[in-house]
Design a protein around this ligand. Structure first.
Ligand code: THU
Length: 168
């Protein structure tokens, strides 16, 4: 039987850069977007999990679009804060690239010490948004102890699936 592949095994190490900041080290713009994401946790509809997630998206034209998680008695019908914000941005300003996305999580009476991390489905949507506009999106994850910053959503999801992959 012929071998299917004419390659030999190679090992690759995929890497990504995450920067960890104290609040005071962030720019005014970053702080302002994170404050909006924190405020948004108050509007979260999360009667089932009690886990409040707020998101704020900054667009190329300076507009800020807000999101928060929306749960449902039929659990899978709900949606994460990040996708609520990104889809609202796409619906309201389809021509505008997303330049920053900030997220904050609040549960048991306080913001989480460690930043919450976007779920896989949200990462996929963040990547499609970067790809769609050809523009990197800075991702800011709020934690009481530190803020994590990624220059691009691509740092959160290697080997992405995008429109080119559909062409085979
Ligand atoms: N959630 C988000 O809104 N964003 C994430 O990235 C992770 C999880 C929401 C979904 C659900 O309403 C609650 O947090 C608990 O999973």
């Amino acid at each position: 039987m012929q071998p299917k592949y004419k390659i030999t095994m190679k090992e690759y190490h995929l890497s990504a850069t995450m920067r960890v900041y104290a609040w005071d080290e962030l720019s005014e713009e970053q702080q302002s977007l994170l404050r909006i994401a924190k405020d948004q946790t108050e509007r979260s509809y999360c009667p089932y999990s009690g886990f409040h997630v707020g998101a704020a998206v900054l667009l190329g034209n300076g507009e800020v679009i807000r999101g928060c998680n929306q749960e449902n008695a039929a659990y899978p019908s709900g949606l994460c804060a990040e996708r609520v914000a990104l889809f609202a941005a796409g619906a309201q300003y389809p021509e505008q690239p997303v330049t920053k996305l900030a997220i904050a999580c609040y549960t048991d009476g306080h913001f989480t010490k460690e930043p919450g991390s976007p779920c896989g489905a949200c990462r996929q949507v963040m990547l499609e948004t970067e790809h769609r506009y050809g523009n990197k999106m800075e991702v800011l994850l709020y934690g009481e102890d530190a803020v994590y910053v990624f220059d691009s959503a691509a740092d959160l999801l290697p080997l992405i699936f995008v429109s080119e992959n559909l062409k085979g």
